[in-house]
Write a protein that binds this ligand. Structure first.
Ligand code: C6P
Length: 412
């Protein structure tokens, strides 16, 4: 990948690509620090969606007319674009879903239904988002399988020294997040995959918080499956991806039965297409896939190495400045972290703090961030979280600190 240093990019000009950043909230300029929940969308993505509906809209893989051919071509081109973006061997390894949650549920239902039985173990970590926990709990209930967890240290990193005792032959899958959405911890994915493979377990990586932030290649990481959402990487909501090695996906039974996933149907029985179409029953989110490809083009135009450098500088700066506030505890690693900082303040509950900040135009997230077991691990009911993307600035962080100082005065 062509590598451009973060300081060679005019980030202020990049901001102009995002119309929503000109909005006001409660009479203040918007400061959007909630990109871990969903990122904002550049004009290029908004235009791609409008262009599709204005010029090419038709159903895919069905019609023989011009618009249907154009829509199908754009949809399948988007699949190839995703494959190239993550370094998949082919477009067949890319299944379009509604997002990370659906991708993981797909694996739990289809792969899990076929290959998991009583006594098998799914290894997870204590820092998993509910999307990478609840589907496995449901699978365990259905099959009698057991769940096991890699603990998290006080500094927000995984207790890797426990891995060898946790990775026993009963473990069939190790599913873990790349970047924690509450702690900002960046997990050593390649190392975790290698360790899991050494005992014959498959690996699933939840890339929801890394897909738009740092460069990676699924074949270099060595993962078998990877899930992400388009909306956290400048793309539309309602589109996501499950990546899987082709032979693994082909070994999994279909999921949603219906149109377009079959080869032939009789009243009694059906035969199914190969991956990825066997997992895409019904009319897919065509515009969403095209918008996702536009988001990838946009991100690649800036360059993921530069985005990562920019965002981690912001996160480190924010973590440093938060220590100035009295009675404030920051969760997560002290060194390198993903583009977010979660913290608790003695002065106020995260919900009150977030509501207070909103009065000044500052959008953060307060609560458990779909990480209830992790919050319990750290003895808190929730945190306030500021999450960043390449359109944010250090000036905005300075303003956040001013607003939080005002909150301390107000609540005490
Ligand atoms: N985290 C957050 O504010 P969906 O909702 O399917 O697009 O993504 C689910 C998901 C899975 N894994 C991780 C690590 C995530 O962070 C998320 C979404 C948002 O942190 C909404 S709870």
């Amino acid at each position: 990948m062509h590598k451009i240093a973060a300081n060679a990019i005019d980030w202020k000009a990049v901001r102009q690509d995002f119309p929503i950043l000109g909005e006001q909230a409660h009479g203040h300029p918007l400061i959007y620090f909630d990109s871990a929940a969903t990122s904002q969308k550049p004009r290029a993505v908004i235009d791609a969606l409008r262009n599709f509906y204005e010029h090419d809209n038709a159903n895919v893989h069905r019609g023989l007319h011009t618009l249907s051919s154009r829509a199908t071509e754009a949809y399948e081109k988007a699949r190839q674009r995703v494959a190239d973006y993550i370094g998949a061997a082919s477009a067949e390894e890319i299944v379009f879903t509604r997002g990370t949650t659906e991708s993981i549920n797909l694996v739990a239902q289809t792969w899990g239904g076929k290959f998991i039985s009583e006594g098998d173990v799914i290894l997870l970590t204590v820092m998993e988002h509910h999307s990478n926990l609840v589907p496995w709990q449901l699978l365990a209930e259905r099959t009698g399988a057991r769940l096991r967890f890699v603990p998290v240290r006080d500094d927000g990193t995984l207790e890797l020294e426990k891995l060898s005792s946790l990775l026993t032959p009963e473990v069939k899958l190790f599913a873990f997040t790349y970047i924690s959405n509450s702690l900002g911890t960046i997990n050593p994915v390649a190392e975790l995959c290698e360790k899991a493979h050494s005992i014959g377990a498959l690996t699933l990586v939840d890339a929801a918080q890394s897909i738009g932030h740092l460069p990676f290649n699924v074949r270099e990481l060595g993962c078998d499956l990877l899930a992400f959402s388009g909306h956290k990487m400048c793309g539309p909501t309602g589109i996501g991806v499950l990546y899987g090695r082709a032979e693994l996906l082909d070994s999994m039974p279909p999921w949603h039965g219906g149109g377009e996933m079959i080869v032939s149907v009789t009243l009694e029985k059906s035969t199914f297409k190969k991956t990825p179409h066997r997992f895409e029953g019904g009319t897919p989110n065509i515009a969403g896939a095209i918008g996702l490809a536009a988001a990838i083009d946009y991100i690649e135009g800036i360059g993921r190495p530069a985005i990562f450098e920019h965002d981690s500088q912001l996160a480190r700066y924010a973590a440093e400045r938060l220590t100035e506030l009295p009675g404030t505890r920051i969760l997560g690693p002290s060194g390198e972290r993903g583009a977010l900082v979660g913290f608790v303040m003695d002065a106020a509950h995260p919900h009150d703090l977030t509501t207070f900040a909103d009065q000044y135009g500052l959008a953060m997230r307060g609560g458990h961030h779909c990480n209830q077991p992790l919050m319990r691990r750290f003895g808190v009911s929730g945190t306030t979280r500021a999450s960043f993307y390449f359109y944010n600035t250090t000036e905005e962080i300075d303003r956040m600190i001013e607003i939080l100082h005002a909150a301390v005065r107000f609540f005490s």
